[in-house]
Design a protein around this ligand. Sequence first.
Ligand SMILES: [Ca+2]
Length: 436
Amino acid sequence: MRTTLALSAAALVAGAAASGACSKKSGGQNGGEVAATQAGGEESMERPAGGTARSGAPVETRPPNVPSQKPAFAGQTRAPHRPSGVELDVQTIAGGLEHPWGLAFLPGGELLVTERAGRMRIVREDGSLSQPVAGIPEVDARDQGGLLDVVLDPAYGDNQRIYWSYSEPREGGNGTAVARARLVTGERPRVEGVQVIWRMTPTLDSTKHFGGRLVFARGGDTLFITTGERSILAGRRQAQELDSALGKVIRVRPDGSIPPDNPLVGRDDALPAIWSWGHRNVQAAALHPETGELWIVDHGPQGGDEVNVVRKGKNYGWPVITYGEEYGGGPIGEGITAKEGMEQPLYYWDPVIAPSGMAFYDGDLFEAWKGSLLVGGLAGEHVARLELEGERVVGEERLLEGKARFRDVRVGPDGAVYLLTDEDDGEILRLVPRGG
Ligand SMILES: [Ca+2]
């Protein structure tokens, strides 16, 4: 299946403004140990109204969730609206995917896509889907869990190796795991020689906040893995504890062994795979095309999604400092947003977009987007385009507002932007300039 819709970003924005009004749900639903419930917020908030912002004024027009919190520096939130004026063709490359989560580009034009329910498929160039790839280990597909990201080995052309993340069912609960194997394509695709290279510990019983993005560092000799803190309070605390892999960015070699220059190597009270800590639930990560550094978007509490450059041994603050509040209201911890020894985000959204998937635009099809950071929004139901000057966000635009919940954003080798929609009948969309 392949259909094309000619749309302008502006027309979509206008449509969204006419049809949507945000009503933040509230009501204390944080029963028991659950710190952040799905109901009433995270990933599932009703989508915001928008599109009335003029160029120069912030793209966000709703009041912040926590008006008393002030940004640490000018431009840390509510960047000015910078419409690119790009007219888009939105092509549906494939459909019929159950909550697709991660996307990779195979040599020769085929795609590799995960479905959260536990299937991986190859998308042929005509848009047809292969049978599920055989040999993928069992996943715990409840709620936010399941089969998550997939990436190719940087030397895939030689070794046909792929890596994927998933929520692994375990005795006493579950946890994020990363496996690798050799992909055999063809009529009956399968993986061979599956090895689990890394497991998030400790095991907890929760169906939320698995993190799960995978990004190879430049040169391909290390792999970054993002995690989450499981949403329950027992896990939230561990985002600051260095003997736990929850709420961390992890850095391992492709076989799971520890790079000797990781920051906590040699300490007997810490996990040597840890690269950075104080994260909440990181489902968006990509390398900056010029600096090669890892950037992430952390899925924050209500009013606290944040963009960070992730550096060795740094503490990103969760849950000690954060913008925003509990889903359903109420301060997080002491309700503070800054503390010595903890990093400030480059940018934050209040209210949130519920970010998942990101890519720096470095292709040639969209000249006006060069150097921009594209971030998928789930509850936000748009793709945020952030204009950057170094590590400052100087402009924001909402693309495809109101069209879908966006789970992943990738730039293809053809320079087009590929999106996954987070739906029961999810799609792979391809954005190209209209008539281009
Ligand atoms: Ca933070």
